[in-house]
Design a protein around this ligand. Structure first.
Ligand SMILES: O=c1ccn([C@H]2C[C@H](O)[C@@H](CO)O2)c(=O)[nH]1
Ligand SMILES: [Zn+2]
Length: 132
C-alpha cells in the first residue's frame, strides 16, 4: 500500500472518532509486513484522562489480533501542520514498531511529513534499558 492509500485509510478511521469533548477527530492506520491494515480513531471519556489516541487504538487493535510486525503508520487530523503524535503515543510506537519504520503524518489540507520512529522519539526508553 502506498502513502496516499494508507492516509486514505487513516481518514476513514478519523470519521469513527468518538471525541465529544475535544471535537478533535484523529485517524490512524498501521500496515503490517504482510499487508494487513488496522485502523484506529481517538476515543474520549468523560473522565478525560482515559482518552485513547488514534495511534494507540490502531496499534493495540493489531497487537490484540496477533500482529506484531509493522511496515508503516499513517496519522491524520484537521491541523495546520501534519498532526504531531503526543508523547505517550511516541513511546508506545517506539516500543512496538521498528526503529527505522516509516511514520506518515498528515492533515486534511494534504500536507505530509514523513519520519522514522527514531526521529519521532530520539533516544526512547526501550526494553533494552531494563537490563534483565
Ligand atoms: O496525535 C494525536 C493527538 C491527539 N489525539 C487525540 C487525543 C484527544 O482525544 C484529542 C485532543 O487531544 O485528540 C490523537 O488521537 N492523536
Ligand atoms: Zn497520542
Amino acid at each position: 500500500m502506498n502513502t496516499q492509500q494508507l492516509l486514505e485509510e487513516a481518514k476513514v478511521a478519523r470519521e469513527m472518532a468518538y471525541a465529544p469533548y475535544s471535537k478533535f477527530k484523529v485517524g490512524a492506520a498501521i500496515e503490517t509486513v504482510d499487508g494487513k491494515i488496522y485502523k484506529g480513531c481517538n476515543i474520549e471519556n468523560a473522565a478525560y484522562s482515559m482518552c485513547n489516541c488514534a495511534e494507540r487504538t490502531a496499534l493495540f487493535k493489531a497487537i490484540s489480533e496477533g500482529d506484531q510486525e509493522f511496515k508503516a503508520l499513517a496519522v491524520v487530523a484537521d491541523t495546520n501542520r501534519p498532526v504531531p503524535p503526543c508523547g505517550a503515543c511516541r513511546q508506545v510506537i517506539a516500543e512496538l514498531c521498528p526503529i527505522d519504520m516509516k511514520v506518515i503524518l498528515s492533515n486534511l489540507k494534504g500536507d505530509i511529513q514523513e519520519l522514522t520512529v527514531e526521529e519521532l522519539l530520539p533516544g526512547a526508553f526501550s526494553p533494552e534499558d531494563l537490563n534483565e
